[in-house]
Design a protein around this ligand. Structure first.
Ligand SMILES: Cc1ncc(COP(=O)(O)O)c(C=O)c1O
Length: 359
């Protein structure tokens, strides 16, 4: 069963609130796509031919420049970038595209976006949940996922930690895939890319950064992302993806160029989430929640020190829907994940309900 389907009852309960549901569960963007991006989508919509799997030169150039401008990533060439049909697609198929199988191990964070494990299951690899290299001992995994800032916890990995993982992986010939979906959303910490020279000394061998435009540019509906990093790995992925028909539609490629070239809308979106966080975080604390990590990203990782399904039900009685922490791994059973992706009006409603929880 798809985990979200288990929320049907609490969803119905939250919906029955007289002032309507405040849905802080899935984390889907709610703010309209910026006009500059929609115009680019329209401008590219007359092209009749097949798109290129590798992405247009304009798209690859825009991605390289945006990574440099926004995140200080240097030394990337344009053949080290590859568009994907949303990063969930890439993550679900990466072990398969790399030719991994039952003899291989994929390492995922203890608390993680579930699709890392889905990708391992599709390729029938082994899966190991680990946050520290010590936990892995003498193993030689094929692929290690990092996710900083984390979904669901909002935890940020420091430069020292990232450096150690890169070195450890290189010694063992493992590929590091760093899912950097929330890299631009640092609040109380400054997230750093695995491709930043402070982490990898400018050497991208064995490293892939996975970048989604879903959250930074509210393009979840367009299905737009890309990977960047080791040119040899990118070339291998490109070759398989060409055969498999995994290409990003031409209008979406056009829209991605506009989104990557324009930092203004990205800043506006970031500010929106910052304001929603500033409202929701103290409201949760005043209502008796402890909020752990959550120094960056789109989620608050909160607990009432009780089983997560009890907290989900408590909030649903007050018209709010959140995700149970157990969706993200066995260590999440006493937390809930509260997304910042609701309109200002709905966030204000949540704040009011948390201030008067008896109602
Ligand atoms: C950590 C993480 N990675 C990847 C994704 C997938 O994003 P998309 O497929 O929209 O690019 C998400 C979506 O919520 C996510 O939280």
């Amino acid at each position: 069963m798809f985990p979200w389907d288990t929320l049907a009852d609490v969803t119905a309960l939250a919906r029955s609130h007289p002032d309507g549901i405040v849905d802080l569960s899935v984390g889907t963007p709610v703010d309209p796509v910026a006009p500059v991006i929609r115009d680019a989508l329209a401008a590219a919509s007359a092209a009749p031919g097949y798109p290129t799997t590798a992405g247009t030169p304009a798209l690859r150039e825009a991605a390289v420049k945006a990574l440099a401008r926004r995140y200080g990533i240097t030394g990337l060439s344009e053949n080290a970038v590859l568009p994907v049909i949303g990063t969930k697609e890439l993550i679900a198929w990466l072990p398969t595209l790399m030719g991994l199988g039952p003899a291989d191990t994929v390492v995922v964070p203890e608390l993680a976006y579930p699709t890392y494990e889905v990708g391992a299951l599709l390729a029938e690899t082994m899966v190991e949940r680990a946050d520290s290299l010590l936990q892995l001992g003498p193993q030689q995994p094929a692929l290690i996922y990092l996710n900083s800032p984390s979904n669901p916890t909002g935890k940020v990995l420091g430069v020292d930690h990232l450096r150690k993982v890169v070195q450890w992986a290189r010694e063992r010939g493992a590929l590091v895939a760093s899912d950097e979906c929330y890299l631009g959303l640092g609040w109380d910490a400054a997230p750093v890319s695995v491709l930043h020279p402070d982490v990898c000394d400018g050497d991208h061998t064995g490293l892939l950064a996975v970048h989604s435009l879903s959250k930074t540019s509210s393009l979840a509906g367009y299905r737009a992302g890309f990977v960047a990093g080791d040119p040899a790995v990118v070339a291998e992925l490109l070759a398989v993806r060409k055969h498999a028909g995994m290409m990003v539609p031409t209008p979406v490629q056009g829209a991605m160029v506009a989104a990557l070239d324009d930092d203004a809308h990205e800043k506006v979106q970031r500010e929106r989430y910052a304001h929603r966080r500033d409202a929701l975080l103290p409201a949760l604390r005043s209502a008796g929640f402890t909020v752990d990590h959550s120094e960056a990203g789109l989620y608050l990782w909160a607990t009432r020190d009780e089983p997560c399904r009890d907290t989900v039900a408590w909030l649903a009685q007050r018209g709010m829907l959140v995700a149970p922490g157990e969706f993200y791994g066995p260590r999440g059973t006493r937390h809930v994940r509260v997304a910042l992706t609701a309109t200002d009006e709905r966030i204000a409603a949540a704040v009011q309900r948390l201030a008067d929880p008896a109602r």
